[in-house]
Write a protein that binds this ligand. Sequence first.
Ligand code: HEM
Length: 188
Amino acid sequence: MYGLVNKAVQGLVIENYGEETWDKIRERANVDVEMFISNESYKDSLTYDLLVAASEIVNQPASELLRLLGHYWITEIAVQHYGAMMDAGGNSFVEFMRNLPNFHGRVAMIFPNLKPPTFTILKEEKNSLHLVYESARNGLEMFVVGLLEGLAKRHGIKIKIDQSEFKSTQPVEGVNQTLFLVSWDSIS
Ligand code: HEM
């Protein structure tokens, strides 16, 4: 994945646990890169190794770290560094969700080798929507949960997310598909 993702993992760890803890994590993960370059591609395994090492060293489940990474991604990475793109994504949570399927298409203009996730809205109701997440990567579902929670917070609503396995009528070899049922209270 692009260095931007590893930089986010580094930022999250340093902000919450300090530089020393980050150095221990890097050592445990056998990562000798001191400064990640945002627009350079790194092996996916490097990111996973960092997350596994972080989980062991700060004694938090990897799923919880992924969720926090999703929050951090929205508040620190996306809003602060890609504010215009985030604003163009929509003025409300629902609007942002409607534009989410095309969002990484715009991101790919900055990061041409992007292997983005795919999002599809299957159903939209007044206070809920069904969102399908597809990725060739494994185990990032809680990152998506954190991202969605971060987006909801940014737009002033609180959401509930239920996750279920998704059996597509058109399964794709090597692609994981997850269905998220996202709901919220009425917005007055
Ligand atoms: C300006 C904001 C954003 C930027 C610049 C951005 C950029 C990126 C980049 C560089 C990657 C790594 C993929 C690769 O290197 O191949 C990535 C992955 C990912 N992004 Fe975004 N992204 C943004 C917003 C979002 C939002 C709002 C969501 C969803 C709610 C999202 C969901 C994901 C997920 C789930 C992945 C993990 C890759 C996977 O599942 O295969 N991103 N994004």
